[in-house]
Design a protein around this ligand. Structure first.
Ligand SMILES: [Zn+2]
Length: 405
């Protein structure tokens, strides 16, 4: 097993942080030295000037064409899953339904769910997959098993949607150890070629050739599915608050925030709309404050251009609001970051997927999210005779299901 572990990473990170005896003192004692807290630090991303006049978001005109976009995320597949093991059962263990929802997804459950999605929703225009293929058995993480999982799951999804475009983003569980995405200032042993190279190879059918270099460098890419519309896949493991390498230097890791800014500026100049697809929503505890604040600045600067922020990671259904002044929720709301639910039952969820209805595709499309619906594999039903795991609709419209007016 080719692995890297927390110990090597922690020793290296501490050796870089604690270069001065005063730093060690500050780490151990509150009244000695100056303690640098990376979790509340930030940096000043240069934001392109000349923001164009605001085009206020309006409800989309009825009767226009719409896109149907499948969003699946966080499968967290447990390859060692055994039917009948503690806290687990789907399809075959009667009377175990009270225990089934605190384990990760068996491979065959994800396979079955994808098969049902593909059969049921022939009208899907394209698919978004926002990462976290690995189980929560983080003590078992190793580069070679992660590579195998990425190949396997990418091919599994492709096999169920052979004629669809699929746009993937990296999740924090793709890191080895968990959350580790070493920027290139670190020694070579920590570099991410093993991961970024694997996804560059596996996701090649959907990533344009001119993006090969950037995906191999920082795990990000941009694609133009058709004229007027772009999808940016952002590796926000480079803003992950548990990515210890960022404790050494979190400023614009490998120029990734600058790359995002350049992409948005280019799209703005072309008059294109953009969806940003990523894993960890900014503002959540696993996003560094500095990363989140700079992301918000770009989201505000490019609010005319960014039509949707599509993320996941939290497993439950969620959304967050980007405000014009991120420190003041009484300021103007600029946009919404969607967080889709998970395919894994971990923890205590029914495996879920989401389908967005999006304004497009026609000349002048806003590419705004108009609505979304959700579907679940009801594990309680699946664990009762005749043990048939069918998918059912949780709700047909968030606009109607939401408690918000
Ligand atoms: Zn995650």
């Amino acid at each position: 097993m080719i692995g890297t572990n927390y110990e090597a990473e922690a020793v290296y990170v501490l050796s870089q942080i604690l270069l001065d005896p005063k730093d060690i003192c500050a780490l151990l004692l509150s009244d000695c030295g100056t303690f640098f807290d990376p979790l509340v630090a930030t940096w000043n991303q240069t934001i392109p000037p000349n923001k164009p006049p605001l085009i206020p978001k309006k409800p989309v005109q009825a009767g226009k064409p719409t896109l149907r976009v499948l969003h699946i995320s966080d499968p967290h597949i447990d390859m060692d899953y055994q039917i009948g093991s503690e806290v687990s059962s789907i399809l075959s263990i009667p009377n175990a339904n009270l225990l089934i929802r605190i384990c990760d997804a068996p491979y065959w459950m994800v396979d079955n769910l994808l098969q049902q999605i593909a059969q049921r929703h022939k009208d899907i225009d394209y698919v978004i997959v926002t990462g976290d293929f690995e189980s929560h058995a983080i003590w078992d993480y190793a580069r070679d098993t992660h590579q195998r999982m990425i190949r396997n799951v990418s091919q599994l999804i492709k096999s169920h949607f052979p004629d669809k475009q699929i746009y993937f983003a990296l999740g924090n569980h793709e890191g080895v150890p968990l959350d580790s995405f070493a920027p290139s200032f670190t020694p070579e042993e920590f570099h991410m070629d093993w991961l970024y190279g694997t996804v560059a190879d596996e996701w090649k059918p959907y990533v344009p050739a001119d993006q090969d270099k950037i995906i191999r460098f920082n795990g990000c890419y941009m694609v133009k599915p058709w004229p007027g519309f772009r999808i940016i896949s952002l590796n926000n493991g480079l803003g992950d608050s548990l990515n210890l390498f960022l404790f050494i230097n979190q400023t614009d890791p490998d120029g990734t925030m600058t790359w995002l800014s350049d992409q948005l500026l280019d799209a703005e100049k072309a008059g294109d709309k953009v969806h940003i697809v990523a894993h960890i929503p900014p503002g959540t505890p696993e996003a560094l404050e500095g990363w989140s604040l700079n992301y918000y600045k770009l989201a505000i600067r490019f609010e005319n251009t960014i039509a949707a922020h599509i993320m996941a990671h939290v497993h439950s259904e969620g959304f967050s609001v980007i405000y014009e002044d991120p420190e003041d929720f009484n300021s103007r709301p600029v946009d919404v970051v969607f967080s889709a639910p998970c395919m894994t039952p971990y923890s205590r969820y029914n495996p879920t997927y989401r389908i967005y209805t999006i304004d497009g595709r026609y000349d002048g499309s806003t590419y705004q999210v108009i609505d979304f619906e959700e579907w679940i594999m009801n594990l309680t039903v699946a664990n009762q005779p005749p043990y048939d795991p069918t998918v059912e609709q949780l709700y047909p419209s968030i606009l109607k299901a939401s408690p918000f007016p």
